[in-house]
Design a protein around this ligand. Structure first.
Ligand code: CAA
Length: 245
């Protein structure tokens, strides 16, 4: 398989770390963003110990100019980005009655504006080189909505709207754009849901458990490969059978 440079936003989180490991195991050079200093040394050491080639750049994915500058630096330091995984995301759960404009804006900018900010600086190069992969990590809650997540569900549904439109624009250029919609995965984000609420959620998953981050990463590896070239504009659900449509 061709070795490429893969940029993963938010690659130090639960799903993000698994995605980075899987892409590195597939032979790619992996670059992740991180928002706040603190975890990066341990994360880089862990990747190195596993024998993976990985790099980390601090970048606020809500900042358009910072993303542009980061991609220019990656291109100078390592080479052009051929695989982009838009994975960075946060929750600010509250019923709409209690949701503040700050909660709304934080989630829309981190989860959706970031998709523009990260894709914009890499896409022209992918088109010029005639090969590229953009993979958007959305959520089951963008497909079905979720009580307490008007902000998150809107952002995650928006990601797939972006996927469907951009996929059409670059389909003839060797660039694919796809969405993955994970269900409930055993990450810190899901573990932050109150335990009683979480237990009710697990009871609704036919497989009877939370998903594992590696189960998402495996699909990212496939979508990043040459053999996935005919799959574009898709929204792929990995949710333990918790289908909603
Ligand atoms: N459906 C219907 N009613 C619900 C409900 C649901 N899913 N959840 C709560 N309610 C009801 C409660 O029964 C309660 O009703 P009463 O007032 O009649 O008793 C009312 O709504 C208020 O519930 P809470 O006491 O829980 O209200 P709260 O303000 O303390 O918390 C909340 C609200 C923040 C939304 C909380 O319920 C919560 O955290 N829910 C989980 C939301 C969720 O699933 N988030 C996913 C995070 S993981 C993720 O996002 C990753 C991914 O992509 C899958």
């Amino acid at each position: 398989m061709a070795k490429r440079i893969a940029l993963v936003s938010g690659g130090m989180g639960g799903i993000g770390t698994s995605i980075c490991k899987a892409l590195a195991a597939a032979g790619h050079t992996v670059v992740t963003t991180y928002s706040k200093p603190g975890k990066e040394q341990a994360w880089l050491a862990d990747m190195k110990e596993a024998g993976y080639q990985a790099y980390a750049y601090q970048c606020d994915v809500t900042d358009t100019a910072a993303c542009q500058a980061m991609v220019e630096k990656i291109t100078q330091d390592l080479g052009p980005v051929d695989i982009l995984v838009n994975n960075a995301g946060i929750t600010r759960d509250a019923t709409f009655k209690r949701l503040t404009k700050d909660d709304w804006s934080a989630v829309i900018s981190t989860n959706l504006d970031s998709v523009f900010n990260m894709t914009k600086p890499v896409l022209d190069g992918m088109v010029d080189r005639g090969w590229g992969r953009v993979i958007n990590i959305s959520s089951i809650n963008g497909q079905k909505g979720q009580f307490g997540q008007t902000n998150y569900s809107a952002a995650k549904a928006g990601m797939h709207g972006f996927t469907m439109a951009l996929a059409q624009e670059v389909a003839k250029k060797g660039v694919t754009v796809n969405t993955i919609s994970p269900g409930y995965i055993a990450t810190d984000m899901v573990m932050a849901v109150p335990e009683d609420v979480r237990n009710k959620i697990i009871a609704q998953i036919p497989v009877g458990r939370l998903g594992k981050p590696e189960e998402i990463a495996g699909l990212v590896t496939y979508l990043s490969s040459d053999v996935s070239g005919f799959m574009t504009g898709a929204n792929l659900a990995i949710n333990g059978g918790q289908h909603t449509m």
